[in-house]
Design a protein around this ligand. Structure first.
Ligand code: GLA
Length: 390
């Protein structure tokens, strides 16, 4: 943490020639333990913030300019824009994320009185599906609140981040990622009902086990992927079900209710997508209850069932994620393993007994390389807290 803080402050000074009055900030990445593709279906999710994330350094300016630099790309230079130019563009690249947040604040009536300079430096692996974009959005919102004194809560920062991602950056994501980053609490996961944003923290005490994330290292981008298409399928399935049952979201349905009414969805493929949303929501509720009751094995079984449903019904896994999960299931000492995040690439999350971690890495790593042709990467992670001034 101290190293990253120093690096981002040094990077700021090098890029902008001053360190006076510059502050350092942090916002986490996230991993979702269970409840996948339920957050845009009025269902439950169970993510946690991580100790890896995005570091930022920032300072207000006297004019309307906004300048950004990322220290993650070697030799990268300062990108300069202005408050008068808040339209997304291909040339703006990653700076569309902080610009989108500025734009979203203005849409809420929070106009920036002047511009700012910002440097960022992250340690979330690129393209890993551990929410580097939500981390950057919440970081930016947190910085703007700190610099300009905007009266917004952390939950607002999540909503502003999601709004900018949906309407400025073109990914129709749900609220899970931004919420996990903005509301994170050390050693706790967040049991969030996305229907009304009610939530509770659930302490994660994994005695004798760790959370291991495995990166497929497959290149993917959510906006390019079929994420938005999945969301549309669910919306259509919902409108079909609404002809026979009075619901506002798929997350309102019990398994029995879904089974009784599913024929209202004529298309078989779409019916399977809706089935996943309903079953996964119920699985998430059950998994959190199991965890509270101290039944980690049950929690692990439900993680595995979640992967199967994402593979067979929701069709968002692919050979890389399936290989990682299926190889993990073979290893004694693996409590549970599943894909996490949007899918199509990115990472799996596994709960592994301490004594099995070496075998897990060795066997899964070897099988993956043999089948896929390149290496996967392992990270043993800790659950981190919400955004902070450092
Ligand atoms: C991505 C989205 C989230 C959520 C997950 C799937 O991470 O950003 O809103 O929909 O996929 O659970």
């Amino acid at each position: 943490m101290e190293d990253m803080k120093k690096a981002v402050l040094d990077g700021f000074e090098k890029a902008y020639g001053t360190k006076d009055g510059v502050k350092a900030y942090f916002a986490a990445g996230r991993v979702n333990l269970i409840g996948e593709h339920t957050d845009y279906n009025a269902g439950h999710v169970f993510p946690c913030a991580l100790t890896i994330g995005t570091y930022g350094a920032a300072k207000k300016r006297d004019d309307n300019k906004m300048r950004f630099i990322s220290l993650n790309y070697e030799g990268s230079s300062v990108v300069e824009t202005s408050l008068n130019d808040l339209t997304p563009s291909d040339e703006a690249g990653w700076t569309n994320y902080p610009k989108g947040v500025v734009w979203a604040f203005e849409k809420r009536g929070f106009k920036l009185p002047c511009g700012f300079d910002m440097a960022i430096y992250g340690n979330i692996p690129a393209g890993s599906g551990l929410s580097s974009s939500a981390s950057l959005e919440v970081l930016t919102g947190f910085i703007l609140r700190d610099l300009f004194g905007f009266d917004v809560t952390n939950q607002d920062l999540a909503l502003i981040g999601q709004y900018s991602e949906n309407n400025y950056n073109g990914c129709n994501c749900g609220i899970m990622d931004q919420f996990a980053v903005a509301m994170g609490k050390e050693n706790n996961a967040i049991f969030l009902d996305t229907a009304d944003l009610s939530f509770e923290y659930a302490p994660i005490r994994l005695e004798g086990c760790k959370i291991v994330i495995t990166n497929t290292n497959k290149k993917h981008k959510l906006t390019d992927s079929q994420y938005n298409a999945r969301r549309s399928s669910c919306e259509l399935a919902l409108s079909e079900l609404q002809k026979v049952i009075d619901i506002k979201g798929l997350g309102e349905l019990s398994i029995e209710e879904f089974e009784a009414h599913k024929d209202a969805i004529p298309d078989e493929d779409r019916r399977r997508k809706a089935k996943h949303a309903v079953y996964e929501n119920q699985r998430t509720i059950e998994a959190v209850a199991a965890l509270k009751a101290g039944d980690l094995n049950k929690f692990g079984e439900l993680m595995n069932a979640s992967h199967v449903s994402l593979r067979d019904d929701y069709d968002v896994t692919g050979e890389e994620l399936d290989t990682l999960a299926e190889e993990a299931w073979k290893i004694p000492g693996v409590i549970g393993s599943r894909m996490t995040g949007g899918g199509f690439g990115g990472c799996t999350v596994s709960i592994v007994k301490d004594e099995a971690i070496d075998t897990f890495k060795e066997q899964v790593g070897k099988a993956y390389k043999e089948k896929i042709g390149y290496d996967c990467t392992f990270y043993t992670v800790e659950i981190g807290g919400g955004p902070a001034v450092l």
